[in-house]
Design a protein around this ligand. Structure first.
Ligand code: COA
Length: 260
């Protein structure tokens, strides 16, 4: 299968998926989300593939977020649909994959980018990586599982601080928080991921699939936070703050939020 926005490299048991929109800092547009879905589905069905590494092309970014230019004029309904479809096609899909996915965070992982890294089974970062959920600076909230997975990984207080300040943390802080498991130089990033993949590949793929399912099961609760997030995310699209936040980003100026 050929793709426009991603690259796939496959050697023996290891597949590397590279998001390939470096000029847009690998921002996730509709096409990229659809292509990632198709690629992950095909790789999971390929029994030769035992581990997948996900990374971004270029030195600067893993993924700098969802593509803001695609949703800046969305209504509440369209906003809700955007989050629901993205969660279903990509973020929940990756988390539930029975083939392990390692995020190799090679630079900025912001918004949807950090949410995608968090949906992977674990994360390794280069020392140049910077991570954050800046959505509230745009008048919206994380909509691809960020309000749920960040507290699961770093604890509620740290997650609240990151989400409410919209700030970025460096790789060293992410390591301290437990958001990433290892930090290495950019040159060592893919080799370390490949080494971890090699260790995984020695183990039973069936047992690995069951282990992923069992670990994930511990994080699902009766009150569905992901559904609450989708509803709140959609509501943001009806606010003047959202129009101002996204317009300011696209016009390259500082936002002046009316607070409505
Ligand atoms: N959506 C759409 N386009 C994006 C993007 C996003 N999330 N992130 C970066 N880009 C685009 C920029 O618009 C720019 O495009 P242009 O060259 O056509 O103008 C290009 O990628 C390079 O980004 P730029 O902002 O010029 O790089 P920088 O080094 O000055 O800043 C960031 C890097 C990551 C700090 C900045 O791009 C940024 O804040 N991005 C948005 C992050 C965000 O809010 N993500 C959450 C989205 S919900």
């Amino acid at each position: 299968m050929s793709y426009n926005t991603i690259l796939i490299d496959q050697t023996e048991y290891l597949a590397t998926v590279t998001i390939n929109r470096p000029k847009k800092l690998n921002a996730l547009n509709k096409e990229t989300i659809q292509e990632l879905h198709s690629a992950f589905k095909a790789l999971e069905e390929d029994k030769q593939v035992k581990v997948i590494i996900l990374t971004g092309n270029g030195e600067k970014a893993f993924v700098a977020g969802a593509d803001i230019s695609e949703f800046a004029d969305f209504s509440e309904k369209e906003g809700g649909k955007l989050a629901a479809k993205g969660q279903l096609l990509l973020f929940d899909f990756v988390e539930k994959l029975s083939t392990p996915v390692i995020a190799a965070v090679n630079g900025f992982a912001l918004g949807g980018g950090l949410e995608l890294a968090m949906a992977c089974h674990f994360r390794v970062a280069s020392d140049t990586a910077r991570m954050g959920l800046p959505e509230v600076s745009l008048g919206v909230i994380p909509g691809y599982g960020g309000t749920q997975r960040l507290p699961q990984l770093v604890g509620k207080g740290r997650a609240m601080e990151m989400i409410l300040t919209a700030g970025m943390i460096d790789a060293k802080t992410a390591l301290k928080y437990g958001l990433v498991n290892h930090v290495v130089s950019p040159e060592e990033l893919l080799p370390l991921c490949a080494k971890l993949a090699s260790r995984i590949s020695n183990n039973s793929p069936v047992a690995i699939g069951h282990a992923i399912k069992a670990v994930n099961a511990g994080f699902k609760h009766d009150s569905n936070g992901y559904a609450a997030e989708i509803k709140a995310f959609g509501k943001c699209f009806g606010t003047a703050d959202f129009k101002e936040g996204t317009s300011a980003f696209l016009e390259k100026r500082k936002a002046n939020f009316p607070g409505t």
